[in-house]
Design a protein around this ligand. Structure first.
Ligand code: GDP
Length: 138
């Protein structure tokens, strides 16, 4: 096990539903430490850049639109195997397929409004943390 950092975003649907505290609690209760946190309204340019890896996918424009539809809560989580632990806590991309008790099973509405983003690898976590919190770069 290694101590890692990962980037989490609580997406506009979950912020609008008033479940920010409940989602942050899931991280804390499972041993992840919140070492940076901010509420931001993403611009089209920021969301487009953040999701640039998905540029060729058919849902890219919808995703950028969706992520700019309201404020999001961005945090850096630190702990043992933080990247995979956070992915486990989040559940599958499609909430209908997410395991019971995961964040997406409990709080997400659909595959597009799916409550949370989490880095999918250590490499992407470093890039994503730097994108939102350049001051944390090591
Ligand atoms: P994640 O790592 O579990 O978030 O999933 P992906 O990296 O595959 O996709 C990134 C995000 O794009 C997802 O969290 C969804 O918000 C969105 N997304 C993925 N697949 C679809 C889809 O088929 N339709 C729509 N509208 N959005 C999608």
């Amino acid at each position: 096990m290694s101590i890692e950092r990962t980037l989490s975003i609580i997406k506009p649907d979950a912020v609008a539903k008033n479940v920010v505290g409940k989602i942050l609690s899931r991280f804390e209760e499972n041993g992840l430490k919140i070492i940076a946190l901010k509420l931001v309204q993403l611009s089209q340019q920021q969301a487009g850049e953040f999701y640039a890896v998905h540029k060729e996918r058919p849902f890219y424009n919808d995703l950028v639109q969706y992520m700019t539809g309201g404020p999001v809560v961005v945090s850096v989580l630190e702990g043992a195997d933080a990247v995979s632990l956070n992915r486990k806590l989040m559940g599958a991309t499609d909430p209908k397929k997410a395991d019971p008790g995961t964040i997406r099973a409990d709080f997400a509405d659909s595959i597009s409004a799916n409550a949370v983003h989490g880095s999918d690898s250590k490499e992407n976590a470093e890039i994503e943390v730097k994108f939102f919190f350049p001051e944390l770069s090591r």
